[in-house]
Design a protein around this ligand. Structure first.
Ligand code: MG
Length: 258
């Protein structure tokens, strides 16, 4: 979604005086201890990941969501997806909208391979932005965060607006990167009250970046909305944020299947 960097920065500065969190306990904090998109939040240190010389083939009980085509996907809201399929990957066609799986999922193990465009164009949130949305509402951010500074809760592998990654394990644009995501959906009681919030564990290029973090609600831009009761299973979606991010070899294991 479009946004104004200047506005985000001013929010960060205005809220900074209210927050005292040390570096050492930053990772253990609930997401709401820092103002959303705070630029005062510590930048995760850079860790060079191993070079990408292999891909992770799906295990026998996985469903391959993106292999050679988009047959398991539709445009968000319905209709044929507008993204390009070529040479074993799919590429965002800016302006055509996000895509969502035809099937619905709850608790899941998800493997995603993605690539930011080369040459890199734009700064901060405008460079290689997309996103992996579990249940269409809990985003693991996709961004070209290789030598591209942005607010920490919006960089690659952040839980958008809530948790920066523990470290920045980004590869350069033009190289394939991996996310391995373990997601537990929120649970609600009959009255709609949350009995168990959503949780994420994420590895970026094989490096732990989210360690069982507990979400305050759905992810959103410049706000942290509360949970709203939803179905136990919902489609997974990928974001069109106006840049030609590529995806390949996306597979999912349903953790609620007996
Ligand atoms: Mg995004």
């Amino acid at each position: 979604m479009p946004f104004l960097i200047r506005r985000v920065v001013s929010i960060g500065i205005a809220s900074a005086a209210l927050v005292t969190v040390t570096m050492s306990d930053a990772n253990a904090q609930p997401s709401t201890r820092w103002p959303i998109h705070s630029t005062d939040r510590p930048q995760p240190r850079v860790v060079k990941p191993p070079s990408n010389t292999w891909t992770v083939a799906p295990p026998a009980d996985a469903t391959v969501l993106i292999g050679a085509d988009l047959s398991r996907w539709q445009k968000e809201g319905g209709g044929a997806p507008g993204w390009k399929v070529e040479n074993g990957y799919v590429e965002v066609v800016p302006g055509t909208g996000g895509i969502a799986t035809r099937d619905a999922f709850g608790d899941a193990q998800l493997h995603v391979e993605w690539m930011a465009p080369l040459p890199a164009v734009g700064e901060s949130q405008e460079r290689g932005n997309s996103g992996v949305f579990l249940m269409g509402r809990y985003e693991v951010q996709v961004l070209d965060s290789y030598e591209n500074k942005t607010y920490p809760d919006g960089q690659a592998s952040a839980i958008y607006g809530q948790f920066p990654p523990l470290v920045n394990a980004s590869r350069p644009p033009g190289e394939w990167q991996t996310y391995d995501i373990i997601f537990h959906r929120p649970r609600f009681d009959a009255a709609g009250k949350v009995t168990s919030p959503a949780r994420f564990t994420v590895l970026h290029n094989g490096v732990l970046v989210q360690d069982n973090v507990v979400l305050s609600g759905p992810t959103a831009h410049q706000k942290r909305p509360p949970y709203e009761k939803h179905e136990d299973r919902l489609p997974l979606s990928l974001q069109d944020h106006g840049t030609k991010v590529r995806y390949r070899n996306i597979w999912i294991r349903d953790l609620e299947k007996p």
